[in-house]
Design a protein around this ligand. Structure first.
Ligand code: IPE
Ligand code: IPE
Ligand code: MG
Length: 252
């Protein structure tokens, strides 16, 4: 990218001066396994390193003034990975929560875990409830952590919620709107992502936020997640500022 030689602070200034910082950034954090493989390390080490990138993007988002950050940490489909890898990922989650929850709370970050909690182990569920409880009062950055998350699953859940309300006579069929549907999704309360980033070069969405990304700008970077840092986030924000969002309109 063209900003490669620019210092981090300068880059941050450039983004701030550019105006139009994305309100909501969503990230598919991919490439941990390849990062480890390139170094002949076990996959787990890639996930451990990836946790540091999570810290960096949270810091970078706070610096930028991003209001919502949604991170895809573990998909429904990831349950089909070897049990040792799943175990390691869940332990990393607990470790992250224990290490960072107080600091996140101090910085005004409010964490919400989105996904199917019923499939989490008791220890993982405790970690989820603990970080949500500790950070509940945060008002600076809303951090959605997608864990055991599947977008089709989320959409079906919303359909069931609304159908249930209709059957119970609490709402009419005509009340099923984009707004009421969105408010039955896990992401209720967050605006749709302005920018969706996927690391490691894969050009797919892997069952992430299918409803919510209808008009998101998409950025795929070859950088592997464990190598992703503030600089990459700021460069992504600059790229976002260069995009012309049309929402179907004719603009010139
Ligand atoms: C992303 O890295 C982390 C999770 C999906 C949990 P991967 O583990 O998918 O890494 P690659 O894609 O194999 O490199
Ligand atoms: C998507 O990455 C899920 C997360 C980043 C948590 P995957 O590595 O699981 O996606 P695929 O299998 O390459 O599509
Ligand atoms: Mg992957």
């Amino acid at each position: 990218m063209t900003e490669a030689g620019v210092g981090l602070e300068k880059l941050l200034e450039q983004v701030r001066a550019g105006g139009g910082v994305p309100r909501h950034i969503a990230i598919i954090m991919d490439g941990n396994g390849r990062w480890a493989g390139e170094r002949a390390l076990p996959r787990f080490m890639g996930h451990r390193q990836g946790m540091k990138s999570v810290r960096r993007v949270v810091t970078g988002s706070l610096e930028l003034g991003v209001e919502h950050l949604t991170l895809y940490a573990f998909s429904k489909e990831n349950w089909s990975r070897p049990p040792e890898e799943i175990g390691a990922l869940m332990r990393l989650l607990s470790e992250y929560v224990e290490r960072d929850k107080e600091e996140l709370a101090e910085k005004g970050v409010r964490v919400r875990v989105i996904g199917d909690r019923s499939s989490l182990s008791p220890a993982a569920l405790r970690a989820v409830e603990s970080i949500e409880g500790t950070t509940a009062a945060g008002g600076t950055l809303a951090l959605n952590l997608a864990i055991s998350y599947g977008s089709r699953d989320e959409i079906l859940g919303a359909a069931r919620i609304l159908a249930g309300r209709c059957l119970a006579g609490e709402m009419a069929l005509d009340d099923i709107s984009e707004t009421s549907f969105a408010s039955a999704l896990y992401t209720a309360g967050s605006p749709d992502p302005d920018l969706l980033i996927r690391t490691s070069g894969e050009m797919r969405v892997s069952n992430f936020l299918l409803w919510q990304i209808a008009y998101s700008e998409i950025l795929v970077t070859p950088v592997l997640w464990p190598d992703f840092g503030e600089r990459d986030l700021y460069e992504a924000a600059l790229e976002y500022q260069r995009r012309e969002r049309r929402f179907g309109r004719v603009t010139r």
